[in-house]
Design a binder for this molecule. Sequence first.
Ligand SMILES: NC(=O)c1ccc[n+]([C@@H]2O[C@H](COP(=O)([O-])OP(=O)(O)OC[C@H]3O[C@@H](n4cnc5c(N)ncnc54)[C@H](OP(=O)(O)O)[C@@H]3O)[C@@H](O)[C@H]2O)c1
Length: 292
Amino acid sequence: MPTGQTLLVTGASGHLGRRVLELLLETGETQVIATTRTPDKLADFAARGVSVRYASFDEPASLPSAFAGATRLLLISTDAVGAPGHRPQQHRTALEAAAAAQIKHVVYTSLTSPFDTPVTIAPDHAETETALEASSLGYTILRNNLYADGLPQTLAQARALGGKLFSAVGDGKIAYVTREDCARAAAAALAASFDGRRILDISGPEALSHTDLAVIGTAVSGEPIQYVPLTQEALSQQLTQAGIPEPFVQLIVSFDAAAAHGKLSSVSTAVEDLTGQPPMRIADFLAQQVRS
Ligand SMILES: NC(=O)c1ccc[n+]([C@@H]2O[C@H](COP(=O)([O-])OP(=O)(O)OC[C@H]3O[C@@H](n4cnc5c(N)ncnc54)[C@H](OP(=O)(O)O)[C@@H]3O)[C@@H](O)[C@H]2O)c1
């Protein structure tokens, strides 16, 4: 059933954005705005009635006309993780424009435990959450756990390394969630009638250790995979020797450190609460990836 609200998705040509648009149309929403730096990439949605508009958070002047008429807005965190301070500035620009456009409610894609984690990019999310708190806007903050969508590649690398799954997570667990479930949660939160302020952990149905992951990877691929714990220093050296650029080495190691300290293990019912359908189990997701 359409909500009768005008729902806006930013960064709409990305993976998450496109999927949210699709879900909104599937549920019959008729007043949907998509903003993007590349409107041509959304020509297919424009043809289906979505109002596609140019917007870049790096160009504040592009936002008033892009945001005009929306009642609720999904702010998809950008991928500008290169220069410190850039991304939170982009998000603040978007929030100021949303308030000026009299948008009632903002849904924001944050990260698990953004204020209390070694993850190098977490301050971007913490600053954006702080800006939301200080604003006049209603909000739903979706603290997305790590996407499960990177796991097929992680397990393929382990197989290429003789079945060794190297990591510095120790015994820490991660409540991986599929990007599809993040999209479902975001679409539902955007189309909801909730107009207060809330913070939700968006997780998969269970938290998995790397020992669990190795067992699942073995079952799904039929090839033995074993978890090999490393120190953060050893992992860092291994990644550097493999030619990974330094900021990404730091990012990967910082996620492992966060997991080792239990910062990514929180399991919630939010996906099911928002959508009426439980999030996908990681074993099922990986089996599906192998079949496709
Ligand atoms: N939880 C996780 O494991 C995880 C993993 C990866 C990413 N993320 C975060 O989740 C977000 C969405 O994920 P995704 O898979 O959809 O990533 P993605 O496909 O890389 O999308 C990145 C999005 O950032 C938007 N963007 C970049 N610069 C912008 C600007 N100047 N103004 C407005 N928007 C801008 C892009 O919008 P347009 O190109 O349409 O303008 C694009 O849609 C990412 O950007 C990142 O912050 C989380």
